[in-house]
Structures are given as C-alpha cells and as structure tokens.
Design a protein around this ligand. Sequence first.
Ligand code: GLU
Length: 506
Amino acid sequence: MRKQVRVRFAPSPTGGLHLGGMRTVLYNYLFAKKNGGDFILRIEDTDQSRYVSGAEEYIHNCLNWAGLEPTESSYHGGNYGPYRQSERKELYKKYAEQLVKDGHAYYAFDTPDELENMRHDLKTEQNPSPQYDQSIRMKMRNSLSLAANEVRKLQDANAPHVIRIKMPEHETVSFIDMIRGEVSFDTSLVDDKVLLKADGMPTYHLAVVVDDHLMKISHAFRGEEWLPSAPVHILLWKYLFGLNEMPQWAHLPLILGPNGKLSKRDGAKFGFPVFAMNWTDPKTNELTEGFKEKGFLPEALINFLALLGWNDGTEQEIFTKEELIEKFSIERVHSGGAKFDYEKAKWFNHEWIKKSGVRGMEPGVKRLLSEKGITDIDSSVLEKVVGLVKDRCTLLTDFYDHSYFFFKSPEKWDIAAVRPKWNEAKQLFFAEVIRNYELNNDWKAISLENSFKEIAAANQIKPGEVLLPLRIMLVGGKFGPGVFDIIEILGKNETINRIKKALTVF
Ligand code: GLU
C-alpha cells in the first residue's frame, strides 16, 4: 500500500523567514496538495540559545499571508503533536539511550575547556578546525575511552555529559535524493555529532530523525546546507527505525544573490526584500523589509518562488497556485543554485497586478491610501481609479503615487512648467472650458475631450499647448493617466473646482 504523503516544513524560530525558507514551504505545500497529503509545520526550537521570541508567530503569519497554510501545526493542531520540539523534550532521551545501549553512541564528559584545548592543540594549517571524530575520540573523556567503573562514578556524581553518535570507520552510506540521484558519504569524514545535549535537549540531528519517524513523514525537503548532515541522519534511521522507514529526501538548491548565497545583507545592500514579511529583530529593533510590505501580491511571490529552481518544461512563466499544484514535481527541481533576480520578481508582480480583478485589489489599495492619510474614499471612485491605474503599477505600493490625486486636490502645482507659456488667451480658453463643462450632461472622457478640442480649435489654440496646463491643474504635475480619464472620474464639480483654483495661481 502506498504510504500517505506527509511532508513538513521545520524551521527554527530564529528570525525572519527568508526566500529560501519560503520556497521550501512552497515546494512542501505543492507536493502535499498534489498528492492529497498532509503538510506539517514543526517548530524546531531545541537550541534555546538561538530562540527568538515572536519568530514562531511570525512564521505562521507568513504562511497565512502567502496562502500556504499547513494542515497540522502548533496552531492548527493535529494527531501527531506537540508540534514544537521544546514540548517534546522528554521524548528524545530514550532514543539516545537506546543508541548508547546498542553501541552506536556514547556518553562524552569533556568540559568546554577540554574541548577548546583539543581544538587548539590539534589545529594545523591543513586542519584549521579539528573535529571530535573517530581519529581522536579515544583521546577524549567518554564512555569509550574511560574504564566502566570511571564512567559509572561520573554518572553517579551527575557529571554533565552529552551523548554523541559513534560514526563508523570507513563505511559508505548512501541514499537516493529525489533531485540529485544517488549521494554517498564516507563516514570517516563525519564527526561524532552530539545527539543529546547536557541540558537534556536533543540536537537537530536526533530530533529531526525521531520526529520525522513519529510524525510519519514520507518525504523531507530541506535546504542543501543540510546535505553534509545526511550521513548522520541515515545512520540514525538505520539504527533506530530501519532504513525502509526513512522518508524520501530532496535537498533543495541554494538561492543565489548577486554575490553567492542570497543573504539578508544583500537585501540591505541592493535594496530588495529577502524576507516574506517585515521582521523586526526584538533584540536590536532592526527592521528588515518583507515582500508583503514592499508591495508584492502573494500570488506573485508564489509564482516567482516556484520558478526559482523549477520549471514545467515549457516556456510558461505565469502559474496560478492551482496550476502549480497540478504541474509541480520535485524531480524537475534543478540541483544547481537558482539565481534570484529582483527585476524579474517585480515583473511577476506586475503581471499579477494586471491579471488580478479590480475588486480583489480594492481593499489593499484602500489600506495603503488610508495609511497615508487618505480616508475619505468613495468606493465607486476607488473602483474606477483602481481599474484605470492598475496596469501601471509594478508594486502594490505604486498605487499611491498613481492614484492619490483622485482623492486629494493639489495644493501645489508645477507652475514652472506652465508659466513661461501662459497668456491671456489661455486664461480665456479655460474660462470657456469651464462654461462648457458646466453644461455638459454626458460626463464621459470622449465627449469631454471632444469639447475641449473644439474650443481650442475655435480659439486657434493647439490642443498640445493646453493639455499640459490642464493636467497640472488637475493633479499638480506632469504625471498620471489620460487626462480626460482623470476628469471623468473626478466628476464635474471637482474638475471645475480644480481648474478654477489653478487659474487663480497660474
Ligand atoms: N530546523 C532546520 C532549519 O532550520 C530544519 C531542517 C530540516 O528541514 O530538516 O533549517
């Protein structure tokens, strides 16, 4: 019988959720949905020294905003909880003890000073950071090197100790990665990783294997930075649960920035977000901007993230979430690093803004305007404005610059652009336009434009000479969509008021 598909995203709550993490979420989500599976969010908070308060809630918010909700999590509940590793602490010890009993792990009593001395004494140019491994373990203070009665004495005295895996010598362990194919490791090159810490907390290595087992995870997708740890995990699977039970793994390629691995620093340096949502470090109060606040639609974020390392084999670039669910396959993810191109990300957003319905955009635009002090918003006007300016916006935040003047009459005008060519004839022309518009009962861009041009012709004025002043009267500067479209939306009273007001200062 085919195993139920169960995948997990397992972040450590240490700060903002960067693009790489978000893409791991997405690939997990798509794979789960495609296979009718479960998507679990597990919080890996066993390293208390790196724990950052607020980070877990933030991760939930990011997944919620992106529309990539897990089916099981500390917030959603589920049958395999708790979903926070710190709350599962008591569970891991017995597995570590079992490994010791079976000869696959050992107690290590080395103090921090002793470890430091070892690293210092063995350091050479060829080996700048010596590891606690099979070549030195017998020189250290552990249950392999010490006599049994000494070990017992230390244990009776509650001497602080950790449990380390005993990596076998010169064994080859291998597995089939869903993206990379067969990957092999020489166990002699891997250190004796700590599995259980002195405070009784498991390390990532033990916890990930135990939890993937207990949570019945069928496929585990994680960043390629975890590939070097795979031999430890494979051995733990072999020793504890049997290799047949091991999930299928895929190690996702790095996301590359302008100079190697994409980093938070790249974002600050090149002016683009690297986190899904704004993140404020609670210790330093430093704010790192997120894609959401920068003005990205979740649909666009999902779309460009999906294509950072994957394609469906065609030229298609715009995919809805439903299409991605249908077409996604982990085997089509490339093994090489995927380069993040911010301009391309913006292109996706622009395409998604164009594709989105006016109604769907309205609440976001309304929020944006009100954040900037524009609260008196007529919803039928908003609808027309959004429809008119939508295709000009790359980021949601661009809506402000493209639309605030519909709700706020200008108080300053680009007078320098008008005054040198301003004259009595133009003043009279606009007075006539006002009279004509006052009588206009068909307030539509086309009829307003026709009347304007007719009046210009009758006064021997080239329309080009009065169109720019008209625009500046209405919006204050040389920007905005078609001027008669603006007039149609502003309506008769507002248009005439704006022209009259500007005429007093031109
Ligand atoms: N806690 C690990 C991380 O923060 C998870 C790695 C995994 O998915 O196994 O990246």
